[in-house]
Ligand binder design. Structure first.
Ligand code: FES
Ligand code: FES
Length: 154
């Protein structure tokens, strides 16, 4: 076990873990931030997407040693009450079916809109094509993205 410092959702955290522990398990099992989901565990589906130092990453493939000293934003960090504009857009478009993949999509959307507030349809598709929804909610996700782009990402 080693000790690592992270800033998670603007709070300083010091945790003990084996250095090769994936960030995903630190977030979920040590810090109790279970909004970030485990699915493939191989960096292929995007369910575990979080923001690390301003970039979206697959937290199942990033070790806590490599994430040490970083600033991490999880779905819980977007808003206290689930009312971030992107989350509101998701509700307005009634996106989720089972909901399991949605935090990953929302974090990918947050990353895109933070850097590019007015993306083209192609840019939206490119970014979100890295995430997988087994319930097939893609058309509603695209609708939610149109709503989110209109209202802005603040
Ligand atoms: S669980 Fe991390 S990419 Fe699938
Ligand atoms: S809403 Fe069920 S996997 Fe996406």
């Amino acid at each position: 076990m080693s000790s690592f410092k992270l800033i998670v959702n603007k709070e300083k955290k010091t945790i003990s873990a084996d250095p090769d522990t994936p960030l995903l398990w630190v977030l979920r099992d040590i810090l109790g931030l279970t909004g970030t989901k485990y699915a493939c565990g191989k960096g292929l589906c995007g369910s575990c997407t979080v923001i690390v130092n301003g970039k979206s990453v697959r937290s199942c493939t990033l070790s806590v040693a490599d994430a040490a000293q970083s600033e991490v934003i999880t779905i819980e960090g977007l808003s206290e009450k689930g009312d971030h504009p992107i989350q509101k857009a998701w509700m307005e478009a009634d996106v989720p079916q089972c909901g399991y993949c949605q935090p990953g999509f929302i974090m990918s959307a947050f990353d895109l809109l933070s850097k590019n507030p007015n993306p083209t349809e192609e840019e939206v598709n490119n970014v979100l094509s890295g995430n997988i929804c087994r319930c097939g909610t893609y058309s509603r996700i695209r609708k939610a993205m149109q709503i989110a782009v209109k209202v802005g990402n603040q």
